[in-house]
Design a protein around this ligand. Sequence first.
Ligand SMILES: [Zn+2]
Length: 401
Amino acid sequence: MFTCQICPAPPLELIDFGPQPVCNRYLAEPDAREYRHPLILSQCQTDGLLQLSRPWPSDEVRPRLDWISYKEPERHLDDLCDRIAALPGVGTDTLITGVSYKDEPVLTRMEKKGFSRTWNVSLEELGIHHPGAGMETIQDVLSEDLAGKLRSLKGVPGVIVVRHLLEHSNSVSKTMAFLKAWAAAGGYLILEVPDSEQTFKDLDFGTVWEEHVCYFTEFTLGRAFVPFDTDLMDVIRYPYTLEDCLVAIVACRPAAAPLPNDPGRLRQELALGTNFKAGWQTLATRCQQALQQVIDAGGATVIFGAGHRAATFVNLLGLERLISCVIDDDPRKAGLYLPGCQLPIVTSAHLHSARPALCVLAASPDSEQVIIGKNKAYSDNGGRFASIYPRSPLAWEHLKA
Ligand SMILES: [Zn+2]
């Protein structure tokens, strides 16, 4: 039996998407046999946490290609660093640490502010020797033993920055045990995660990803630290087009008062899951019909951006037979095939030579205007762009309820 990531209750299964491929495992040829694992979205009915009830093995999720990495938003980091610098007890001699390349931009900013003792633990120091290892591997090696080793290497951190790792953790409690064993008593954990409230409200199915085990909202992130005897000081929301960032500031000491129950808010959280479940097939049918109409009128459809969001959007909504190819100008991806749907990846020259009637944008929403600008000749010739992101100004109209 699978228990919730933050409480002993078994979460309720919402959607079983069936066996799905690893989104980062691009194929060298079509019709290749792919590793698959059940993708099951569940929700705890006790605390509302949305989560995958069968986390994927990190050895399988680890990229086979060493150039795969993910860029997290950074516009909010100056503000975040001001807040870290102002935390009670934190001074320029406080040891401030991180565990991945995603934490580096915070540590660099803190150094510029005069905090001289920063340490971003390297993969080697974590005991990881796989080329291409990412968050899936880092989360897997975190243990109280490792925390002890890190303490003996450079001392006890007063602040640990952990950006976009908690949602990748196959076990939130294992990650929290590591952080608590590493941090000083009364030290701070700065935990950043993507906000899933709006993406779930918007039925943004591209947000589901085998690498994200937990889908936190402000409410569930706030509850995530209760079982670990820590003191949640703040949850800060930083707005972005794709999804907001949430940052929890947690002190490693018992909370002064228990978090009050909030049954009204819990009901809203549970509705988020129920509506997502209810919307899945309706949205899939609507998208399939819209693409079929384009094809029936003699046009072709393509998707732009060969990342995990494109793969999930196509695979979970059953669109693979209605899209002719994936466009991506990353030369390392050209000639490969997208996992699951096994659509070929070609460059944007295809937009101009084949002139598909519809190009569905699945690259980062911040890059949409750049893509459109670079391919003006395509739209001048009657081609049409629409975004898979419900919050984009170019959102495909069929995504709206
Ligand atoms: Zn729970």
